[in-house]
Design a protein around this ligand. Structure first.
Ligand SMILES: [Zn+2]
Length: 424
């Protein structure tokens, strides 16, 4: 039993924003009451949450844990440890491991490793096509039975509209969401950043915003054709957001996520430092403004980190030779507070929604603070000052452009299945 007392509960599902004590009994929430009203409070292990926000467990629907196959960059153990430090109680790992998670035996391997070594819950995402090669549909039903929560060929888009149709048709019958890394590979070919004045100044090949939105448009239309649940990963362009907004207005089951780095940084921030290289690349100032608007008005469903560790040996090279991707778990709450809540762009309740009910809804799950619900809780502060030092990260990799950044507010404790898995 664990008693969290005197915290300010923020629960988007019930729209609760009030002081409450919560009693966790192993896997489940046993009791919720006004402060001081839970009986036998002295007999339980107690966490004093005075002055802190107590929220349902945060979910990250987009992460790369690199196991199996690239354990020099990350493992399920180190990645989920970093996730716990970032306040996440559940993380979804993309299938672009080596081998690719395109069949039930790999899914089971990941689930078993997560159970043995995971600091938080790990929900695998299966490949949409065999080997994510874009030719044949993968064993989606068998992977679903083994534990996947969605499919994606992340790292690249589903290769063509015909295959997207087959996958969405099949996933509609299984009620599995299809997560798309939206990129027109012909428009993006050879590019290492966003096309624009910044890319011209740096002399680096750029891709236009349309490299993303052309693919989003294709997929929205295939989603309409099939009735499938389509989720656009790491949406970065204003033109893509317009497609998602249009799809929602027309009743399609289309959702999207935005990363902290895309709502924080823009192409003008890019230097020759490969820690600014990710895919989709940092976008224009106008795109960022549109993302901030979409985060505020409800068009964006979730904040997802796209945590993408790469060991220094492969990432600390010339910009055009480095792989795409940056770390994300440990800076997500700090950046969301800094960019969204503290400047008054969104409410605290909306921020919590973007990390809880939002991503849960994408996966067809619930997330709430209620008796009988899983005892997964994220506790964070709004005002504690701290600095992110990537050398102290739990991740095996060090590729963050936010190293040395000072934050106001961040994770204080992460609780999974009634156990404190991280406390600061
Ligand atoms: Zn991607």
């Amino acid at each position: 039993m664990l008693l969290i007392k005197n915290g300010r509960i923020l629960d988007p599902a019930s729209k609760t924003d009030a002081p409450r004590d919560i009693l966790l009994d192993g896997e489940c929430i046993a009791e919720i009451a006004t402060p001081g009203k839970i009986a036998h409070a002295d007999s339980w292990q107690t966490f004093d949450a005075t002055g802190l926000i107590v929220a349902p467990g945060f979910i990250d629907i987009h992460a790369h844990l690199r196991e199996p196959g690239q354990e020099n960059s990350e493992t399920i153990e180190t990645g989920s440890h970093a996730a716990a430090r970032g306040g996440f109680t559940a993380i979804c790992c993309m299938p672009n491991t080596r081998p690719v998670n395109d069949n039930a035996s790999i899914t089971r391997f990941i689930m078993d490793r997560a159970k043995a070594f995971g600091h938080v819950r790990v929900w695998p995402i299966g490949a949409a096509s065999v080997g994510s090669k874009g030719e044949d549909i993968s064993e989606i039903a068998a992977m679903r039975d083994a534990g996947i929560v969605a499919v994606s060929d992340d790292g690249k888009p589903i290769a063509n509209a015909k295959l997207a149709r087959q996958i969405m048709d099949y996933c509609r019958s299984l009620d599995v969401p299809v997560i798309e890394h939206a990129e027109d590979v012909s428009l993006a070919a050879g590019a290492v950043m966003r096309e624009g004045i910044a890319s011209t100044r740096l002399g680096l090949p750029g891709m236009p915003a349309a490299a993303e939105s052309v693919c989003v448009a294709r997929d929205v239309q295939v989603a309409e054709l099939t009735g499938a649940r389509l989720h656009i990963a790491h949406l970065s362009a204003k033109s893509s957001l317009a497609q998602v907004r249009f799809a929602k207005q027309n009743g399609l089951r289309v959702t999207c996520e935005v990363t902290p780095h895309h709502f924080t940084l823009i192409d003008e921030d890019v230097t020759y430092d490969s820690r600014y290289k990710m895919n989709p690349p940092l976008a224009s100032r106008e795109d960022r403004e549109a993302l901030l608007e979409g985060l505020a008005d409800g068009t964006v469903d979730a904040i997802a980190t796209d945590h993408a560790p790469h060991e220094p040996a492969i990432k600390d090279v010339e910009f055009d030779k480095a792989p795409f991707g940056i770390l994300g778990f440990e800076t997500a709450i700090g950046l969301a507070l800094e960019q969204l809540v503290h400047p008054g762009r969104i409410s605290l309740m909306r921020m919590v929604e973007l990390f809880t009910t939002g991503p849960a809804g994408v996966l067809g799950k619930d997330r709430k603070v209620a008796v009988g619900e899983p005892a997964d809780v994220t506790i964070f502060s709004l005002d504690r000052l701290w600095t992110y030092h990537v050398k102290d990260s739990a991740s095996k990799s060090r590729n963050s452009p936010f190293d040395g950044r000072a934050f106001k507010g961040g994770t204080v404790a992460t609780i999974v299945a009634g156990k404190i898995v991280y406390q600061n």
